[in-house]
Design a protein around this ligand. Structure first.
Ligand SMILES: [Zn+2]
Length: 153
């Protein structure tokens, strides 16, 4: 079975990983409920029971076909550029006003030419030419070569 995001046709936001989080309001509600339920179930471990606002401007990264943020707690929660939000289900942090690249659509388009989600990774500051060169090195996006590999989307 292929990984779930190979044929998605876009870089995955949180609702792709958590279908019950189809709207920002549902995402917020599920986040709050899961934090509260874990804290109540395991009181001796002193988990935080409520979400909390992290500082603005956390960098959004593409890793394995997903938008993520690298939370200082060690978790890498999925991020939504459209909702401008990421919620950490480990420590409860809420990230808003994400630092997104100005050329986000071009980055996504180049990564979506790759056939598998695990190869779709971009780090802040990584130039488009690097992504093009990586694609070309694998026969992707070169005229007449790899044309069949472009995902519909
Ligand atoms: Zn966290």
């Amino acid at each position: 079975m292929p990984p779930p995001y190979d044929r998605l046709g876009r870089i995955a936001p949180p609702r792709e990983g958590m279908p019950e989080c189809g709207t920002p309001a549902q995402y917020a509600a599920v986040h709050s409920e899961r934090l509260r339920a874990r804290a109540e179930a395991l009181p001796h471990l002193n988990f935080r029971a409520e979400p909390w606002p992290a500082p603005d401007g956390m960098a959004a990264v593409i890793y394995g076909g997903k938008w993520i943020v690298e939370c200082p707690c060690g978790e890498i929660p999925m991020a939504s550029p459209a909702w401008d939000e990421a919620r950490c289900f480990e420590c409860g942090a809420i990230y808003r006003r994400l630092a997104l690249p100005a050329d986000r659509e071009a980055i996504e388009a180049l990564l979506l030419q790759r056939p598998t989600a695990v190869t779709r990774t971009w780090l802040p500051g990584e130039p488009l030419d690097d992504l093009r060169a990586q694609n070309a090195a694998h026969g992707i996006g070169v005229a007449g070569v790899g044309a069949g590999r472009v995902e519909a989307g």
